[in-house]
Design a binder for this molecule. Structure first.
Ligand code: NAD
Length: 342
């Protein structure tokens, strides 16, 4: 019986993975330090006989000793996720996104683990020219502290091929959308839909820049497919994770939302602070393990509007900080800073 350790499993993606795996009959162990005071997100799973939660920091090997007892596979989701939050806390970001991830990569060698999946990002491609399409061989050009750490960790993990005893797999996730127990409205599809729905003045910068998107439930299915894949198919392989149908410009997202809410207030502006522009090829993941997304961006927008209509997230404008990666809890920040001074 598989027992999967989700490191960072109380986050936006991790909780949807938890729901999926529990439904499919797996055992799930989560290690998370609730860096955004996001304990509320694991409430639905507490008491489930197949769910164990450990509150702790992945940087600490004693914590890893406790959390990894009996686990068969590892998914590393934890991190300070996104450009703004890493810019705001560069030291803590270094501790988590550089030191913490590498600690895990090293720690799990020799522990009898089957697969270790490192969740990376398509942001690694940075800025592409018009008509370019990034496959996994395309040169990486990370623009932010966040993506630079991902690239560095990918490189570090790939040097472990033939040295460690587990099968490592790197999934470069597209930008996520879709509902989650730990909802994030600091991601384009959800942020635009929320702002338009609640009649906010939405300003969209660089509306014709491309980005790939993927529904969180499709990510959950994909991670399961990777876990079930024969090791020789995915051994130390890097995959773009998403589907060609969900390469969208910001303008295309807005136009899809306006189909439902024609009176929405949107302004386009040039020269925003986020220069990313990348269209990605997902043919490798399709041909290697047969993954294709089941959800389109349009369906994600509809799903969100339906949730707003019934009153879910009615506090999402007033209570903005609950719904994204804006501020680390003082307690966790102090704990991490203390370890940096040792
Ligand atoms: N959400 C996206 O659009 C997206 C896109 C590409 C890649 N990814 C990757 O997917 C993963 C999950 O993203 P997410 O959107 O769920 O982010 P999230 O911020 O919602 O979740 C991250 C989780 O990690 C935990 N965490 C942080 N530092 C930790 C530490 N030192 N020890 C233990 N737990 C720690 C946090 O408390 C949080 O629960 C990340 O690796 C991210 O880079 C996400």
């Amino acid at each position: 019986m598989k027992n999967i350790l989700l490191i960072g499993g109380a986050g936006y993606v991790g909780t949807v993975l938890t729901s999926h795996f529990l439904k499919m009959g797996y055992k799930i162990t989560v290690l998370d330090n609730f860096i955004y005071h996001n304990q509320f997100a694991i409430q639905p799973y507490l008491g489930d006989k197949d769910y164990i939660i450990y509150h702790g920091n992945m940087n600490n090997k004693r914590v890893l000793d406790i959390a990894s007892k009996g686990v068969t596979d590892i998914v590393i989701l934890a991190g300070l996720v996104g450009d703004p939050i890493t810019k705001k806390y560069p030291q803590i970001s270094d501790s988590i996104n550089n030191i913490g991830i590498k600690t895990c990569i090293d720690y799990f060698n020799g522990k009898g683990i089957d697969k270790l999946i490192f969740i990376s990002t398509c942001s690694n491609y940075g800025l592409l020219k018009e008509n370019e399409l990034a496959d996994e061989e395309f040169p990486l050009s990370p623009l932010s502290l966040y993506a630079k750490a991902k690239v560095d960790n990918e490189e570090y993990l790939l040097t472990k091929k033939g040295i460690v005893d587990y099968t490592a797999v790197i999934l470069r996730f597209a930008t996520a959308f879709g509902l989650s127990p730990r909802m994030r409205f600091d991601l384009s599809v959800s942020e635009f839909t929320r702002d338009i729905y609640f009649n906010e003045n939405l300003i969209v910068y660089d509306e014709d820049t491309w980005r790939p998107y993927c529904h969180v439930r499709d990510f959950a299915r994909l991670v399961e497919m990777v876990i079930l894949s024969q090791n020789n198919k995915v051994f130390f392989e890097v995959f773009n994770a998403g589907g060609d149908i969900n390469n969208f410009t910001k303008r295309m997202i807005v136009e899809n939302i306006l189909k439902f809410i024609p009176a929405g207030k949107v302004q386009y502006k040039a020269n925003g602070s986020d220069a990313r522009n990348y269209k990605v090829s997902f043919s490798k993941i399709k041909s290697t393990i047969g993954f294709e997304p089941q959800f389109t961006v349009q369906q994600g927008i509809e799903e969100l509007i339906e949730a707003f209509r019934i009153g879910v997230y009615s506090d999402s404008i007033l209570n903005k900080e609950k719904y994204g990666n804006y501020r680390i809890t003082e307690r966790e920040a102090e704990k991490i800073k203390a370890t940096l001074q040792l």
